[in-house]
Design a protein around this ligand. Structure first.
Ligand code: GLY
Length: 346
């Protein structure tokens, strides 16, 4: 086991004890404890949360990046790399479910609280790390979003080598899927979508976020979901908090979902309440009933309180800080279950 990892796990033991006495969900308490004793080192920031159990490895990697001297933007980017590079994850990056034409099209965005800056890419192909291209858009251009071939060319022009993203497994599954489809219109399986959204808070109270997905499986080519849309799949307001979304993007982007969650926090809601209230608002406006919306939010406020909620039972999310990492179950607004893995990743 690498030394850093061993230290991380050893460090988590102490925090588990704190968790056992009920401080884990209340970071106000941790902050208060810190002020009480100057001997307690500042071990509870940076803090990262991310969608789904697979987000735990990304959060842990993000903490490690900061420990090694990386910035919070580096941490968000490189944390998300872990999920993007996982060929077994069918909803993000390489190994993602392709579109109806058998091409893997990726969406990603990144946002920084202190300067309220953002970058994003939509429908980009042949790029292993769309989150990095989103960062390049943010840092190297006057734009916020690039899509399709333009985004890919921009990536290549900035030194990114094209990568084959369609794995043999997904190619075979796409061929099987295609045989079952009508010639007129691709049938889209509602289960085939998912995302990593990741939020971070540093010791200065600054917030950051990133989001990456291969989107709706077997989508119509050119379809872009909520994930690269600032305010839908991700939003960071450095005065208030940050939020990210996963699930059926169409039901998030019609409501500016992540922006809505942050606005709920601005008006006094806790992160969990804000996610719940946003889903309730969406359900009131949306012709679909709550069971069929299939949307989930995570949220983190400027004080380090975090939470999540989803329409259906079973949405899980992850967190890590220098003392611990874990997977948590989000509040659900309906009785319907999304499955033991918390997912819609086929
Ligand atoms: N939430 C990811 C998507 O719908 O594309």
């Amino acid at each position: 086991m690498p030394v850093n990892r061993r230290r991380f796990i050893q460090g988590s033991t102490g925090l588990s004890a704190i968790g056992a006495i009920g401080f884990m969900q209340n970071r106000y308490c941790l902050a208060a404890k810190k002020k009480e004793s100057s001997a307690v080192p500042d071990l509870d920031t940076p803090l990262f949360i991310a969608t789904w159990p697979f987000g735990k490895a990304s959060c842990e990697a993000a903490v490690k990046v900061t420990r090694q001297g990386g910035s919070m933007v580096d941490a968000i980017e490189q944390g998300i790399w872990v999920t993007e590079a996982d060929v077994k994850n069918a909803s993000v990056g390489i190994g993602g479910i392709p579109n109806a034409a058998g091409q893997v099209e990726l969406d990603a965005c990144i946002m920084t609280g202190p300067d309220h800056n953002a970058g994003s890419v939509g429908g980009i192909q042949d790029v292993l790390h769309p989150i990095s291209v989103a960062r390049m858009v943010m840092e190297k251009t006057p734009h916020v979003m690039l899509v399709g071939d333009g985004a890919k060319q921009f990536a290549i022009d900035n030194g990114v080598s094209p990568t084959q993203l369609l794995t043999d497994n997904q190619q075979k599954r796409w061929q099987d899927w295609k045989k079952q489809q009508s010639a007129e219109k691709p049938k889209i399986d509602e289960d085939h979508h998912d995302t990593i959204a990741m939020l971070g808070l540093d010791s200065k109270g600054d917030l950051y976020g990133g989001c990456s997905t291969s989107g709706w499986g077997y989508k119509i080519p050119g379809r872009i979901g909520d994930s690269p849309i600032i305010g839908s799949g991700l939003y960071v307001d450095n005065k208030v908090g940050a939020a990210g979304a996963t699930g059926l993007g169409e039901n998030v982007m019609r409501h500016c979902g992540s922006f809505l969650v942050v606005e709920m926090m601005r008006h006094g809601a806790t992160p969990t309440e804000a996610c719940q209230q946003a889903i309730q608002r969406i359900a009131e406006l949306d012709p679909k009933n709550l069971d069929n919306l299939d949307i989930n939010f995570i949220a983190l406020n400027k004080q380090g309180v975090y939470g999540a909620a989803g329409t259906s039972q079973g949405f899980k999310y992850s967190m890590a800080d220098p003392r611990q990492s874990k997977v948590l179950t989000a509040k659900a607004l309906s009785e319907k279950s999304i499955g033991p893995e918390g997912g819609n990743r086929k």
